[in-house]
Design a protein around this ligand. Structure first.
Ligand SMILES: Nc1nc2c(ncn2[C@@H]2O[C@H](COP(=O)(O)OP(=O)(O)OP(=O)(O)O)[C@@H](O)[C@H]2O)c(=O)[nH]1
Ligand SMILES: [Mg+2]
Length: 540
């Protein structure tokens, strides 16, 4: 027993599970790629914005991502480094895909927040930071693109503190910026790390250790960068916030690192320090219980579902964040919502779209399992069938389209695609109350979601659809015995539909209409978000 507990503890200790977040284009995927490079998981890092015949980023593997050079869904990557086991989640920055990012944050224990040195704190970064703060998640800041001329760094730090309202503590400091960016000074070890330009950005950048006291240093790095570094360090010494590890773990202070993911400068020292800073998996709330990561039973939850990741095997994979115990291939687990048990005969470790058979996993790990047809985002699975982690809410969409099939005989494929893509959360799907599946309505937060839907429907299901914009801007689920869809439609001019679980939802053409309806029907509750219903449903 105790030997088993010791093993569990040791495995939990060496796990680090983190998400990379930021506004679009700050360099999350590029940094991911470079972390994989240093972790030895890829030999040559691919350029994100690929040109024809060039490699592309491991984590932006969907065709539409490579085409556009943006990430549209979270990629999961696992790799070992220095005895640690890393689970990295590369999230999409675009606002239209923010629900995917929110769900991913539930599976991470800490976050790396990227700031573009030239652009500073951008709107989407603020939103994501707020989500992390709500979860009291520790955040490490990486100021990226130091190879470009950016803003004065002290101003930038000031902006992070003011806009995000979190004290910053620079862990290292760059020497030179833009073309002259050549290294970082580690404020904790008091070492200066100078980088050699790599042959190509796909290769590691060699590093040399130097001392600030070395009289030859001004000559090596240039008089001006040297003078600036000494001056900045003095300023920081006087004014900078000291580092407090507990405050960091509580999400009340963020250490800041500088580097350039593109040229690899600063990536390695960042990774080394990050692993020391980042927490290993912590206990998690499951209803009234708190589940310890080294508890003697396996438990976890699904935070993402994706089908057709590998065009050769059209299958449906659920991404499970392990929260406790030891997961073992072939084990029998209970699907907590339905109480049904199933055997996890196929489980994989994921690296973007590549998979390796996974025999065992521990708290913090992300495991890919084949969905036996009952799993939904937010579902818990456990060795002991009573452990249930908080579900993932659906938020009411603000954009709506109706779906029209170009070839009527493909109705069956359309239905398959609709079911799958809505269960993945690509879009939400709603049905007419009377004609049911005839004319589905799609809901989304952003237009790009519809594009992805259309693209994937074509690529993965061979179905061509035309989408027609509907004039609604708000939707609310309704609760209350008194709800009578016909009456609400008649009186408020709204439209009532059913969601995929058969729950009524009302669409409004304006905020004014919504307000009026709320006033007209005081006995009905209008909800902007809902938890998945407890009812188990078997996918067709
Ligand atoms: N100069 C410079 N460019 C960089 C650096 N890091 C990334 N880039 C470039 O910035 C662009 C966006 O990089 P991505 O890594 O795709 O950004 P992202 O944050 O993953 O973007 P989304 O996933 O779409 O939110 C690409 O053209 C990169 O080559 C850097 O350190 N320096
Ligand atoms: Mg990306």
């Amino acid at each position: 027993m105790s030997e088993r507990t010791d093993r569990l503890r040791a495995e939990v200790e060496r796990r680090r599970t983190f998400a990379i977040i930021s506004h679009p284009d700050a360099g999350k995927t590029t940094l991911t790629e470079k972390l994989l490079l240093y972790g030895g998981a890829v030999r040559v890092a691919g350029a994100v914005r690929q040109r024809r015949n060039q490699r592309r980023a491991t984590s932006d593997w969907m065709a539409i991502e490579a085409e556009r050079g943006i990430s549209i869904s979270t990629s999961v990557m696992q790799f070992p480094y220095r005895g640690f086991r890393l689970n990295l989640l590369d999230t999409p920055g675009h606002n239209d895909f923010s629900e995917d990012t929110y769900r991913t944050l539930a599976a991470a224990d800490c976050a790396i927040m990227l700031i573009d040195a030239a652009k500073g704190v951008e709107p989407q970064t603020i939103k994501l930071f707020e989500v992390c703060r709500m979860r009291r998640m520790p955040i490490v800041t990486f100021v990226n693109k130091m190879d470009r001329d950016g803003r004065p760094l002290l101003d930038l730090l000031d902006e992070i503190e003011k806009v995000l309202g979190i004290p910053v503590s620079p862990a290292n400091w760059p020497i030179g910026a833009g073309h002259s960016f050549q290294g970082v000074y580690d404020r904790w070890t008091k070492e200066l790390l100078l980088f050699d330009r790599a042959e190509a950005s796909g290769q590691k950048a060699a590093m040399q250790l130097a001392s600030l006291e070395d009289p030859a240093l001004p000559r090596t790095v240039g008089e001006e960068p040297y003078r600036q570094l000494v001056e900045d360090l003095e300023l920081l010494h006087g004014a900078g916030t000291g580092f407090d590890h507990d405050a960091f773990l509580a999400g009340q202070l963020t250490p800041v690192f500088f580097g350039s993911a593109l040229t690899n400068f600063g990536v390695e020292p960042f990774l080394d320090r990050f692993l020391d800073l980042a927490p290993s998996p912590l206990p998690r709330d499951a209803g009234a219980e708190r589940v310890a990561p080294d508890a003697p039973f396996f438990s976890g939850f699904v935070f993402k579902i994706q089908a057709n990741m590998d065009p050769r095997h059209r299958d449906r994979m659920a991404f499970v964040r392990v929260c406790s115990g030891r997961f073992e291939r072939g084990m029998s687990v209970t699907h907590v919502r339905s109480g049904e048990s199933f055997n996890v005969s196929r489980s994989v470790q994921i690296r973007a779209q590549e998979r390796d058979i996974l025999e065992e996993a521990f708290a913090g790990d992300i495991v890919g399992i084949w969905d036996p047809g009952i799993l939904r985002i937010g579902d818990s699975i456990a060795e002991e069938g009573t452990i249930e982690f908080p579900g993932m809410p659906s938020f009411s969409p603000e954009l709506f389209v109706s779906v029209h099939l170009a070839e009527p005989f493909k109705r069956k494929q359309l239905k398959k695609g609709l079911d799958q893509l809505s269960e993945e959360g690509v879009v939400q799907v709603f049905y007419d109350r009377r004609r049911l599946e005839r004319e589905p309505v799609l809901g989304a937060i952003g237009m790009l979601q519809f594009e992805v839907f259309q693209y994937r429907l074509r690529a993965e299901y061979g179905v061509e659809v035309r989408l027609e914009r509907l004039p609604f801007v708000r939707a609310r689920w309704v609760e209350g015995e008194a709800f009578d869809a016909d009456e609400v439609e008649r009186k408020s001019g709204a439209t009532c539909l059913l969601d995929a679980e058969g729950r009524p939802l009302v669409l409004f053409a304006s905020d004014f209409r919504l307000q009026r309806t709320i006033e007209d029907f005081p006995e009905i509750k209008f909800l902007a978000s809902v938890q998945p219903s407890r009812r188990a449903r078997r996918a067709a």
